[in-house]
Design a protein around this ligand. Sequence first.
Ligand code: ZN
Length: 439
Amino acid sequence: MDKTLARLRCAELDGAAPAEHGWHGVGGPEPLRCAEAGCGGEAIEGNTCPRCGGLLEFAEPHGIGRDALVQILRDRSVATSAIDRSGVWRFRELLPHIDEARIVSLDENEIPLQEAPRSAAWSGVERVAVYHCGRNPSGSFKDAGMTVAVSFAAARGSRVALCASTGNTSAAMAAYAARAGMGAFVLAPAGGVSQAKVAQTLAYGAHVLTIEGDFDDALRLARAVGAASREVALVNSVDPYRIEGQKCVAFAMLEQRRWRAPDWVVLPGGNLGNVSALGKGFREALALGLSDRLPRLCVVQASGAAPFARAWESGAELEPVKAQTVASAIRIGNPVSWRKARRELRACDGLALALSDEDILEARRAIGGDGLGCEPASAASLAGVRELRRRGVMRADEDVVCILTGHVLKDSSVVEPIAPEPVANSVDAVLSAMLKEKK
Ligand SMILES: [Zn+2]
């Protein structure tokens, strides 16, 4: 199967490339570079710039042409091996290089774009498609990044994976760490996570330590612990490998659309690693000649957790807030990837919005009307579409994709109240109760 690949690849890349180096596609070894504009810092490993302390990232893939890539992907579309099917690893020429035998995959990011007609009507557009990342193996968008982060952590010889999490990251890390035979520890803010996600994380055999403070405190602590021990791999979205995996959402979406970019991609924003990754993916697809243009990205935050949307409106530096929203997956007051996110929005003429919890929950009901379930945070995307229409920024006939980030069972704490009174045990009583409910 990999004959095509072997022909395309530089001979230096055959055999075992050192996994801790940022090898990219068919080029040579490349260091990680600082994501801060104008810094120019570089590093071979880690997640912070030695010069300014900002986040690191991989440079764009190069050395492979569009036609060769399209042919490889066409071949893989009928392949049966798990890594050729994976919606991350079938794009492996565009990822840091790792031996195929070392890939830890659970068939992630194989997500069909689905039309959502009732959601479209609710939000005021003619058509909307959803890319529902809740269909991933651990039920959220985090799996696309985690397969890359854990594969490289295991290849580097780390024995333990660590993350700070409000839930989705921990479940994804726990699943992939288990698959890799690594230990897994989660630092969770006390009282700030969904019970369903904790239960899921424990089911994969991970350990959950609740710590005093909020998510931002937990992340600060996790970064310090990760830096203090070589045995421990920090796999939060500060890890540049996570971003590489997550950018494949852009590739997988474009591939289904025959590499035609939509007008808009709308998604919820918490720590903002997701929009950073998507923006990078769309830019790389354009640079490689795979797609024809960049979609406009719109990041939607909950108004009680909207430091980025505010910074975007004002053009000022981000001011951290104490985050409050029912959408626990985006309850983040100090988003670590905000500068990367701002850069991506500027590159694509995108924007950031803040919407109320009521708007978000109303959007979730609309999505439910299409037979699609998602956690509250996910619905921020559709609420964003309605707001863009209200503001006149989006036309009704534009081509829109909403990213739904997590499965409906991820957060069962936010449910519609059910009737508190039991109904009498009789056909008449049930029928009359049903009539009443229907109204
Ligand atoms: Zn720097």
